[in-house]
Design a protein around this ligand. Sequence first.
Ligand SMILES: C[S@@+](CC[C@H](N)C(=O)[O-])C[C@H]1O[C@@H](n2cnc3c(N)ncnc32)[C@H](O)[C@@H]1O
Length: 272
Amino acid sequence: MADASGFQLKQGGPEVYEASWVLAQMGQCAEDLVADAGVTGDQSVLDVAAGTGVVARAAARTGAAVTGTDLNAGMLEAADRFAAEAGLKGIRWLDCDAADMPFPDAAFDVVLCQQGLQFMPDKPAAMSEMARVLKPGGRLALSVWKTRSAIGRAFATVLDRQFGAGTTEAWDMVYSLGDRDRLHDLARDAGLRDFHVKFDIKFARHADPAAFLTGAIAGSPIAETMADLPEDEHARLIGEMIDELEGCFDDDGLAVPVECLTLTARGASRPS
Ligand SMILES: C[S@@+](CC[C@H](N)C(=O)[O-])C[C@H]1O[C@@H](n2cnc3c(N)ncnc32)[C@H](O)[C@@H]1O
């Protein structure tokens, strides 16, 4: 499952992503994004860069008619399975590039994109496509991480020390669009209106930090290198990461604040 963004998951990855990131963090973020967009059961909703479909599922739980797209067909196959397991039938999945989507103009009441745009090589094209398929007055809600979290810092400290400086450099893409002005510019240039960026703190929470970090690493670009380590070496590195995360615990386990920017906007009417 190689991909243009350089940040896709290896075989078995969707399951690992669900059990680590979605459980700890993306699930709650998806609920927030659906609320930010004000999704209601009578709407048509597009989830762009859907991944394993956590946002699409949150939108579908309102009763909305949901379509999920992603560049990675493997992720969408898993998304279809996870939706069925959650008892959510009827979500439509389509693998396509966000910069070139096969939908007519003004096809959706709501367009959602959670933590996807920063990985796309042509962000203006992707944003223009999202604006194009949005109905005039329809609602866009899109989130990106603002800065590297304590989890990212723990990964960088431990993995760069173990495998050499720069090992995790490419992961900076995760935080590469955490800039309010750039989001404003992208929204303005795409012809969206009433755009607004909200800065808030999400949390990554997990009762079992070692299980979470093991899963998070297994879904990362360094998964194979880590998987090749002897078991005790692997456990030592996970232990070092937990040490780095000291201060990010509460009585329920790991509780890591993560800075997030959410762009909301409305679709503009287009000349006919
Ligand atoms: C960090 S994941 C986020 C997935 C999901 N939105 C979530 O919240 O869990 C980023 C996703 O963006 C997708 N992606 C990257 N570039 C893309 C593009 N140009 N078009 C569509 N999807 C893309 C990847 O395949 C991946 O599934």
